[in-house]
Design a protein around this ligand. Structure first.
Ligand code: NAD
Length: 487
C-alpha cells in the first residue's frame, strides 16, 4: 500500500511522452507498468514509446538544435542554474520517487539528488567558460583560430540504478554545450527522468530541447535513431555487452559516442592501512545502492596479515544492517531491482561456496514480497570464483587474500574492466605506485567514494570511453573547429 504523500508525487508525474515541449496523453494500448521492487506493486503506468514516437522526438530535437545552439551561453547557464535551484527545492519529492521506483534507501536517494543536482550547477558554470585558441602557423603566413561548436542532436540511454544522476550527468553538459536531447530512460525506472523533464520546462527550457521517450523495445528504438543522419551523438550508460552492440550501430553512422559501461572494481587493503577507515570505505563502496553500482567494490583484496581482523569488523557491521523497503526511513538495505537480480546474486554466492569460499554472514535471498537479498560477507574466495570476473550487482562482499604488493596489483588488473579502484594504505609512496599501476580510469585513495561533479568520471578498457563531469564533460558535446585565416 502506498502512503498518501507517495500517491501525491506519483500523480504529479506525467504518464505520457514528452515530445517537442508537449506532454502527450497516456497511450493506453501500450504501456510500461512501473513497479516498486520492494512490494511488486505497480505504482504507475506510462506510455511505451514506439519507433515512430522516437522518430518524432528526434524531429523535435533536430528542429530545436540551431536555435538552442545560438542561444547565448549565459541564457543556457541561467536555465541550468534555475533547474538546480528547483531540484534542491524539491529534493524530498525526487528522493521519494526514486526510492519508490528503484528501491534504494531514502537516505541514499537524498544523496543521489544532491549529487545529480550538482551537475546542473557545475555545467551552468561551465556553459559560459568554453574557450577557443588563436595561434600563428609556423610559416608565419596565417592565423589558426580554434573554436568549439555543439555536436548537434544527441541520444541518451540511461540505466535504472541511478535514475536521476545518470540523466543529469548527460543532460546538463549537453545543454551547456548547446546540444538538444532525446533521452530513453531505463524502462524499470522512467518516472524520475519524466519528472525531471517537467522540472526543466519549469526552469525555462525551450520546447523540443529535451524529449523523453521511455520504451520497452530499446533495441528497435536505438537501431532506428542511431541510423538517422540527423543524430550526431550517442551517450550510453549501462552494461558492456549492450554498449558494444550500440557502438557497432553508432559506427555505421560515424557518431560521436560516450560510453559509461560496467565495472569490476578492486578494493585493496594493504597491511599498512588505517583499518577503521578501510572498513568504513568498503561498507560505502560495496553496500551503497544495495551493491548495484558500476563503482561498487566487486573484489575486496586484503593483505593476509590483517584479513581476519578486517573480516571480523566488516561482518559485524554487515550483520547489523537493517533491511526493508527503501522508501521507509531507517533501512540500510532495500530491495534489488527485480527477481533476475536476486537470482543472479544467489548464483554467484552458490558458485563461490562451491569453489571453496566461506559465508561469514548472510548468503541467502529473503522471503518476499519484493526482491530482497541478505547483505553478505564471503571470505577466502578461490581465484576461480565467478564473482571475481563478473559484476555482482548485489549486496555481497567477497574477500580474497594476498601476500605481496605485486600480487595485489596482478589480481586487481586481472579483468577486462577498468572503471575504478580503491586503495587503502598509509604509505604515500605505495599510494603513488598504485596510481600508476592500477589500470582504471578513477581511483579512491583511502576513500570508498569517488563520484563528484567536478571530476572526470569514466573508465578505461571495457569500462568505457569518454568522461562525464569535470572540465572534460562539456567537451563530450563539442566539436573542435579550426579556421585558417591567411595574413
Ligand atoms: P543494461 O545495459 O541492461 O541497460 C542500460 C540501458 O540500456 C537501459 O536503458 C536499457 O533499456 C538499455 N538497453 C538494453 N538493451 C538495449 C539494446 N539492445 N539497445 C539499446 N538499449 C538497450 O544495464 P542495466 O542493467 O540497466 O544497468 C546496469 C549496468 O550499467 C551495469 O553493468 C553497470 O555497471 C552499468 N553502469 C555503468 C555506469 C558508469 O558510469 N560506468 C553507471 C551506472 C551503471
Amino acid at each position: 500500500m502506498l502512503e498518501q504523500n507517495e500517491r501525491e508525487i506519483l500523480d504529479r508525474v506525467h504518464a505520457g511522452l514528452c515530445i517537442g515541449g508537449k506532454w502527450e496523453p497516456l497511450t493506453t494500448e501500450q504501456t510500461i507498468d512501473v513497479q516498486d521492487p520492494a512490494t511488486g506493486q505497480i505504482i504507475k503506468s506510462i506510455s511505451d514509446a514506439t519507433v515512430d514516437d522516437a522518430a518524432r522526438a528526434l524531429d523535435a530535437a533536430a528542429a530545436a538544435q540551431s536555435d538552442w545552439a545560438a542561444t547565448p551561453s549565459r541564457q543556457r547557464s541561467n536555465i541550468l542554474r534555475r533547474a538546480f535551484d528547483l531540484l534542491i527545492e524539491r529534493k524530498e519529492d525526487f528522493a521519494l520517487l526514486m526510492s519508490m521506483e528503484m528501491g534504494k534507501p531514502i537516505a541514499e536517494a537524498h544523496g543521489e539528488v544532491a549529487y545529480g543536482a550538482e551537475f546542473l550547477r557545475w555545467f551552468s558554470e561551465e556553459a559560459v567558460r568554453v574557450r577557443g585558441d588563436y595561434r600563428a602557423n609556423p610559416e608565419g603566413t596565417g592565423t589558426v583560430v580554434v573554436s568549439h561548436i555543439p555536436v548537434g542532436p544527441t541520444y541518451f540511454i540511461t540505466p535504472w540504478n541511478f535514475p536521476l544522476a545518470m540523466a543529469t550527468r548527460k543532460i546538463a553538459p549537453a545543454l551547456a554545450a548547446g546540444c538538444t536531447v532525446v533521452i530513453k530512460p531505463a524502462e524499470l525506472t522512467p518516472l524520475t527522468t519524466i519528472f525531471f523533464a517537467q522540472l526543466l520546462a519549469e526552469a525555462g527550457l525551450p520546447a523540443g530541447v529535451v524529449n523523453v521517450v521511455p520504451t520497452s523495445n530499446a533495441a528497435a528504438q536505438s537501431s532506428a535513431l542511431l541510423a538517422d543522419p540527423r543524430l550526431r551523438k550517442l551517450s550510453f550508460t549501462g552494461s558492456t555487452p549492450v554498449g558494444v552492440k550500440l557502438m557497432e550501430a553508432a559506427a555505421k553512422n560515424v557518431l560521436r559516442t560516450s560510453m559509461e559501461l560496467g565495472g569490476n572494481a578492486p578494493f585493496i587493503v594493504f597491511e599498512d592501512a588505517d583499518l577503521e577507515q578501510a572498513v568504513e570505505g568498503v561498507l560505502l563502496a560495496k553496500f551503497r545502492n544495495i551493491g548495484q553500482a558500476c563503482t561498487a567494490a566487486n573484489r575486496v583484496i586484503v593483505h593476509e596479515s590483517i584479513a581476519d581482523e578486517f573480516v571480523d569488523r566488516v561482518s559485524a557491521r554487515v550483520a547489523a544492517m537493517s533491511i526493508g523497503r527503501g522508501a521507509h526511513e531507517g533501512n540500510d538495505i532495500g530491495a534489488l531491482i527485480n527477481k533476475a537480480a536476486v537470482d543472479s546474486t544467489a548464483r554467484l554466492v552458490t558458485d563461490a561456496v562451491e569453489t571453496g569460499a566461506r559465508v561469514v554472514t548472510g548468503g541467502q535471498p529473503l522471503d518476499g514480497p519484493g526482491h530482497f537479498f541478505a547483505p553478505t560477507v564471503i571470505d577466502h574466495l578461490n581465484p576461480r570464483a565467478a564473482m571475481l570476473r563478473e559484476e555482482i550487482f548485489g549486496p555481497v562482499l567477497g574477500i580474497i587474500r594476498f601476500s605481496t604488493e605485486h600480487e595485489a596489483v596482478e589480481i586487481a588488473n586481472n579483468t577486462e574492466y577498468g572503471l575504478v579502484s580503491y586503495v587503502f594504505t598509509e604509505n604515500i609512496h605505495r599510494g603513488h605506485r598504485m596510481i600508476e599501476r592500477l589500470e582504471t580510469g578513477m581511483m579512491g585513495l583511502n576513500t570508498g567514494i569517488v563520484s563528484n561533479a567536478a571530476a572526470p568520471f569514466g573508465g578505461v578498457k571495457h569500462s568505457g570511453i569518454g568522461r562525464e563531469g569535470g572540465f572534460e564533460g562539456i567537451h563530450e558535446f563539442l566539436s573542435t573547429k579550426y579556421t585558417m585565416i591567411p595574413r
